[in-house]
Design a protein around this ligand. Structure first.
Ligand code: CA
Length: 229
Protein backbone atom coordinates (compact mmCIF):
# COMPACT_ATOMS: atom_id res chain seq x y z
CA UNK A 1 0.00 0.00 0.00
CA UNK A 2 1.41 3.40 -0.98
CA UNK A 3 1.87 5.98 1.76
CA UNK A 4 1.16 9.63 1.14
CA UNK A 5 1.93 12.68 3.28
CA UNK A 6 -0.27 15.76 2.88
CA UNK A 7 1.08 19.03 4.24
CA UNK A 8 -1.84 21.44 4.18
CA UNK A 9 -2.96 24.03 6.72
CA UNK A 10 -6.59 24.21 5.57
CA UNK A 11 -7.94 21.28 7.51
CA UNK A 12 -11.12 20.85 5.46
CA UNK A 13 -9.09 20.57 2.23
CA UNK A 14 -6.63 18.17 3.82
CA UNK A 15 -9.49 16.00 5.13
CA UNK A 16 -11.15 15.94 1.71
CA UNK A 17 -7.92 14.90 -0.01
CA UNK A 18 -7.35 12.21 2.61
CA UNK A 19 -10.89 10.83 2.22
CA UNK A 20 -10.60 10.48 -1.54
CA UNK A 21 -7.13 8.99 -1.41
CA UNK A 22 -8.16 6.48 1.24
CA UNK A 23 -11.06 5.40 -0.95
CA UNK A 24 -8.41 4.48 -3.51
CA UNK A 25 -6.57 2.43 -0.87
CA UNK A 26 -3.79 4.85 -0.08
CA UNK A 27 -2.49 5.27 3.45
CA UNK A 28 -2.55 8.99 4.24
CA UNK A 29 -1.02 11.20 6.94
CA UNK A 30 -1.73 14.90 7.37
CA UNK A 31 0.40 17.67 8.85
CA UNK A 32 -1.02 21.19 9.07
CA UNK A 33 2.16 22.95 10.16
CA UNK A 34 5.01 23.48 7.69
CA UNK A 35 7.85 22.90 10.10
CA UNK A 36 6.34 19.72 11.59
CA UNK A 37 5.43 18.55 8.10
CA UNK A 38 8.96 19.00 6.85
CA UNK A 39 10.35 17.01 9.77
CA UNK A 40 7.88 14.19 9.14
CA UNK A 41 8.59 14.27 5.41
CA UNK A 42 12.31 13.86 5.93
CA UNK A 43 12.27 11.30 8.72
CA UNK A 44 9.52 8.94 7.56
CA UNK A 45 9.13 6.92 4.39
CA UNK A 46 6.44 8.07 1.96
CA UNK A 47 5.76 7.19 -1.66
CA UNK A 48 4.41 10.61 -2.56
CA UNK A 49 4.04 14.09 -1.08
CA UNK A 50 1.22 16.60 -1.54
CA UNK A 51 2.38 20.06 -0.50
CA UNK A 52 0.36 23.20 -0.07
CA UNK A 53 2.37 26.27 -0.98
CA UNK A 54 1.39 28.74 1.73
CA UNK A 55 1.88 27.21 5.16
CA UNK A 56 2.63 28.40 8.65
CA UNK A 57 6.16 27.59 9.79
CA UNK A 58 7.95 26.59 6.61
CA UNK A 59 6.38 27.14 3.17
CA UNK A 60 5.85 24.60 0.41
CA UNK A 61 8.79 25.93 -1.63
CA UNK A 62 11.26 25.17 1.12
CA UNK A 63 9.69 21.80 1.98
CA UNK A 64 9.84 20.75 -1.67
CA UNK A 65 13.48 21.81 -1.95
CA UNK A 66 14.49 19.89 1.16
CA UNK A 67 12.61 16.71 0.27
CA UNK A 68 14.14 16.76 -3.20
CA UNK A 69 17.65 16.90 -1.78
CA UNK A 70 17.30 13.43 -0.29
CA UNK A 71 14.33 11.75 -2.01
CA UNK A 72 13.28 11.07 -5.60
CA UNK A 73 9.64 10.18 -4.98
CA UNK A 74 6.89 12.26 -6.65
CA UNK A 75 5.94 15.65 -5.18
CA UNK A 76 2.64 17.37 -6.03
CA UNK A 77 2.30 21.06 -5.25
CA UNK A 78 -1.07 22.57 -4.45
CA UNK A 79 -1.45 26.31 -4.98
CA UNK A 80 -4.23 28.83 -4.46
CA UNK A 81 -3.17 30.92 -7.43
CA UNK A 82 -2.43 29.71 -10.92
CA UNK A 83 0.36 32.27 -11.40
CA UNK A 84 2.23 30.53 -8.56
CA UNK A 85 2.80 27.64 -10.92
CA UNK A 86 5.14 29.73 -13.06
CA UNK A 87 6.94 30.77 -9.92
CA UNK A 88 7.37 27.14 -8.78
CA UNK A 89 8.61 26.13 -12.21
CA UNK A 90 10.97 29.10 -12.30
CA UNK A 91 12.53 28.08 -9.00
CA UNK A 92 13.33 24.62 -10.33
CA UNK A 93 12.41 22.94 -7.08
CA UNK A 94 11.92 19.55 -8.64
CA UNK A 95 8.17 19.22 -8.07
CA UNK A 96 6.52 16.73 -10.42
CA UNK A 97 3.12 18.34 -10.76
CA UNK A 98 1.03 21.34 -9.78
CA UNK A 99 -2.65 21.58 -9.06
CA UNK A 100 -4.64 24.78 -8.49
CA UNK A 101 -7.32 25.26 -5.85
CA UNK A 102 -10.18 24.67 -6.14
CA UNK A 103 -9.67 21.27 -7.75
CA UNK A 104 -11.80 18.17 -7.97
CA UNK A 105 -10.62 15.47 -5.56
CA UNK A 106 -10.94 12.80 -8.25
CA UNK A 107 -8.57 14.81 -10.45
CA UNK A 108 -6.08 14.82 -7.59
CA UNK A 109 -6.43 11.04 -7.13
CA UNK A 110 -5.94 10.46 -10.86
CA UNK A 111 -2.74 12.51 -10.85
CA UNK A 112 -1.44 10.76 -7.73
CA UNK A 113 -2.00 7.38 -9.37
CA UNK A 114 -0.33 8.47 -12.60
CA UNK A 115 2.75 9.73 -10.80
CA UNK A 116 3.10 6.61 -8.66
CA UNK A 117 2.81 4.38 -11.73
CA UNK A 118 5.38 6.41 -13.61
CA UNK A 119 7.74 6.38 -10.63
CA UNK A 120 7.37 2.61 -10.16
CA UNK A 121 8.24 2.09 -13.80
CA UNK A 122 11.27 4.34 -13.46
CA UNK A 123 12.55 2.55 -10.39
CA UNK A 124 11.64 -0.91 -11.68
CA UNK A 125 13.59 -0.43 -14.89
CA UNK A 126 16.60 1.00 -13.11
CA UNK A 127 19.53 -0.74 -11.49
CA UNK A 128 17.80 -1.03 -8.14
CA UNK A 129 16.27 -4.39 -8.94
CA UNK A 130 18.28 -7.30 -7.62
CA UNK A 131 19.61 -9.96 -9.94
CA UNK A 132 18.01 -13.23 -8.97
CA UNK A 133 18.66 -16.72 -10.33
CA UNK A 134 15.92 -19.27 -9.74
CA UNK A 135 16.34 -22.92 -10.60
CA UNK A 136 13.75 -25.30 -9.23
CA UNK A 137 13.91 -25.04 -5.42
CA UNK A 138 17.03 -22.91 -5.45
CA UNK A 139 16.94 -19.12 -5.37
CA UNK A 140 20.10 -17.03 -5.48
CA UNK A 141 19.98 -13.27 -5.02
CA UNK A 142 23.27 -12.18 -6.54
CA UNK A 143 22.88 -8.55 -5.49
CA UNK A 144 22.15 -9.29 -1.84
CA UNK A 145 24.35 -12.44 -1.85
CA UNK A 146 21.59 -14.50 -0.23
CA UNK A 147 20.45 -18.03 -1.00
CA UNK A 148 17.18 -19.84 -0.34
CA UNK A 149 16.83 -23.60 -0.58
CA UNK A 150 13.18 -24.65 -0.90
CA UNK A 151 12.14 -21.32 0.59
CA UNK A 152 14.50 -21.46 3.55
CA UNK A 153 17.41 -19.04 3.68
CA UNK A 154 20.74 -20.86 3.91
CA UNK A 155 24.17 -19.47 4.77
CA UNK A 156 27.10 -19.90 2.41
CA UNK A 157 30.72 -18.81 2.76
CA UNK A 158 32.03 -16.31 0.20
CA UNK A 159 33.72 -18.96 -1.95
CA UNK A 160 30.81 -21.39 -1.69
CA UNK A 161 28.49 -18.62 -2.82
CA UNK A 162 30.77 -17.62 -5.71
CA UNK A 163 31.17 -21.21 -6.85
CA UNK A 164 27.47 -22.03 -6.64
CA UNK A 165 26.51 -18.82 -8.45
CA UNK A 166 29.08 -19.35 -11.19
CA UNK A 167 27.83 -22.89 -11.87
CA UNK A 168 24.16 -21.88 -11.70
CA UNK A 169 24.79 -19.08 -14.19
CA UNK A 170 26.30 -21.57 -16.65
CA UNK A 171 23.96 -24.54 -16.60
CA UNK A 172 24.65 -27.57 -18.79
CA UNK A 173 28.28 -26.65 -19.08
CA UNK A 174 30.92 -29.07 -17.82
CA UNK A 175 33.77 -27.38 -15.96
CA UNK A 176 37.04 -29.01 -15.00
CA UNK A 177 38.13 -28.57 -11.39
CA UNK A 178 41.14 -26.58 -12.64
CA UNK A 179 38.82 -24.19 -14.51
CA UNK A 180 36.62 -23.67 -11.47
CA UNK A 181 39.63 -23.14 -9.26
CA UNK A 182 40.98 -20.46 -11.61
CA UNK A 183 37.56 -18.86 -11.94
CA UNK A 184 36.68 -18.65 -8.27
CA UNK A 185 40.02 -18.44 -6.52
CA UNK A 186 41.38 -16.19 -9.21
CA UNK A 187 44.88 -17.62 -9.47
CA UNK A 188 46.73 -20.15 -11.56
CA UNK A 189 45.71 -23.65 -10.68
CA UNK A 190 49.02 -24.61 -9.11
CA UNK A 191 47.13 -24.47 -5.81
CA UNK A 192 45.23 -27.38 -4.41
CA UNK A 193 42.34 -28.18 -6.72
CA UNK A 194 41.02 -30.47 -3.98
CA UNK A 195 39.69 -27.19 -2.55
CA UNK A 196 37.09 -27.28 -5.32
CA UNK A 197 36.03 -30.79 -4.35
CA UNK A 198 35.70 -29.76 -0.71
CA UNK A 199 33.58 -26.74 -1.59
CA UNK A 200 31.32 -28.72 -3.93
CA UNK A 201 30.76 -31.20 -1.11
CA UNK A 202 29.79 -28.41 1.31
CA UNK A 203 27.47 -26.76 -1.22
CA UNK A 204 25.77 -30.09 -1.91
CA UNK A 205 25.16 -30.65 1.79
CA UNK A 206 23.27 -27.35 1.80
CA UNK A 207 21.29 -27.58 -1.42
CA UNK A 208 20.79 -31.26 -2.20
CA UNK A 209 18.06 -33.40 -0.73
CA UNK A 210 20.26 -36.48 -1.18
CA UNK A 211 23.95 -35.74 -1.72
CA UNK A 212 24.52 -39.19 -3.24
CA UNK A 213 21.98 -38.34 -5.96
CA UNK A 214 22.65 -34.67 -6.72
CA UNK A 215 19.80 -32.80 -8.42
CA UNK A 216 21.78 -29.61 -9.00
CA UNK A 217 25.53 -30.17 -9.29
CA UNK A 218 26.44 -33.39 -11.10
CA UNK A 219 29.84 -34.99 -11.05
CA UNK A 220 31.14 -35.83 -14.52
CA UNK A 221 33.64 -38.51 -13.69
CA UNK A 222 37.18 -37.82 -14.82
CA UNK A 223 36.21 -34.35 -16.03
CA UNK A 224 34.55 -32.08 -13.44
CA UNK A 225 31.14 -30.71 -12.61
CA UNK A 226 27.99 -29.65 -14.39
CA UNK A 227 25.01 -27.68 -13.10
CA UNK A 228 21.76 -29.30 -14.25
CA UNK A 229 19.55 -26.85 -16.15
CA1 CA B 1 -2.26 27.23 2.82
Amino acid sequence: MSRILIIEDEESIAALEKDYLELSDFEVDIETDGRKGLKKALTEEYDLYILDLMLPGTDGFEICREIREIKEVPILMVTARSDDIDKIRGLGLGADDYITKPFSPSELVARVKAHLTRYDRLVGSGTRKNTVIEIRGLKIDKTARRVWVNGRETQFTTKEFDLLTFLAEHPDHVYKKEELFREIWNMESIGDIATVTVHIKKIREKIEYDTSKPQYIETIWGVGYRFKA
